[in-house]
Design a binder for this molecule. Structure first.
Ligand code: NAP
Length: 281
């Protein structure tokens, strides 16, 4: 099987390129093909004629999306639609990466794949709109919603906490947002499995278990052996341009339906530390 990855230079894209074994992978960055350019996208897809396209490329700066709405919609919505149209023209299957931020966070039990989208941020709206457009263009496409990505080789929450904890005795971290951290290595493996199983429809793909950012920061500091004190704070006290859902745990039922399972985030965090040490060694 031949797989074309848009967003191969991103946090997830790098993990996909490294972890996906046994198939032919072609990775593209924005320099190879800007997904806003429909002709170019059509051209590269026709050139490679993949069986599957994984669309991981996106404008992912959640706060930046609030002040750059045109850019956010042109990349995350129009760009995604360009890729879907090119996939359709070449008879390729498409897996699109979406986000827990399509939900408003008012539930207090895990979101199911069919739950109503009600994004609260510009980024969330771009992803929710893209999902609807893609399902219109390619009704059999696979939409993989994920959350709180972390991994080696890019900006992520554990990396930020480790850098801060190395110099500060205390850190304030929000304890009123609950979700599921997801290791890009586990996500990349699950995506490869979903493609092999010809998955379609909306699938929730996160590490299992849930926590707050405060819990996550405490686990990171403990794993690193730092004595930094992590103090709970609120989203109101740490106001940011884009609102985040207070609760965005995604139910794994839609993933289990494809016979794919994800490890617990704490187990994933331990493996992240091992990977990090091997890279830094
Ligand atoms: N990070 C999270 O916590 C999170 C949570 C939920 C869902 N997701 C979704 O998961 C996917 C992967 O996220 P990530 O964290 O790996 O993203 P990332 O590290 O920010 O990487 C983004 C990728 O998109 C590419 N890209 C950006 N604009 C482009 C354009 N106009 N044309 C073509 N390529 C473009 C970048 O290429 P260059 O390097 O060439 O710029 C890069 O390869 C995204 O769809 C994101 O929305 C992420």
């Amino acid at each position: 099987m031949k797989v074309l990855i848009f967003g191969a230079s991103g946090l997830l894209g790098k993990a996909l390129m490294r972890e996906w074994q046994g198939d032919t992978l072609v990775g593209l960055t924005s320099r190879d093909a800007d997904i806003r350019n429909s002709d170019l996208v059509k051209q590269v897809v026709q050139q490679h004629r993949p069986d599957w396209i994984v669309l991981s490329a996106a404008y992912t700066d959640v706060d930046g999306c609030e002040s750059n709405q045109d850019l956010a919609f042109s990349v995350n919505c129009d760009g995604a639609a360009n890729v879907a149209k090119a996939a359709k023209a070449c008879d390729a299957k498409l897996l699109f990466l979406s986000s827990d931020y399509v939900f408003d966070g008012t539930k207090n039990s895990p979101y199911e794949a069919g739950d109503r989208r009600n994004p609260q941020s510009v980024y969330g709206r771009t992803k929710a709109d893209a999902e609807e457009r893609l399902l219109n263009i390619l009704p059999d496409c696979c939409i993989a919603r994920t959350s709180w990505l972390f991994g080696v080789g890019g900006k992520c929450f554990p990396d930020t906490i480790l850098k801060l904890a190395a110099t500060k005795p205390t850190l304030d971290v929000v304890s009123d947002q609950r979700g599921s951290p997801t290791y890009v290595i586990d996500l990349a493996r699950a995506i490869a499995e979903l493609c092999r199983r010809d998955a379609r429809g909306i699938v929730h793909v996160t590490n299992s278990g849930e926590c707050t950012w405060f819990d996550f920061a405490r686990a990171i500091v403990a794993c690193a052996g730092f004595t930094t004190e992590i103090r709970p704070t609120t989203s109101a006290q740490m106001a940011r341009p884009a609102p985040r859902p207070a609760y965005s745990v995604l139910s794994p039922k839609s993933l289990h339906a494809w016979k794919v399972d994800m490890p617990d985030w704490r187990d994933a965090l331990a493996r992240y530390f091992a990977e990090r040490s091997s890279v830094l060694a």
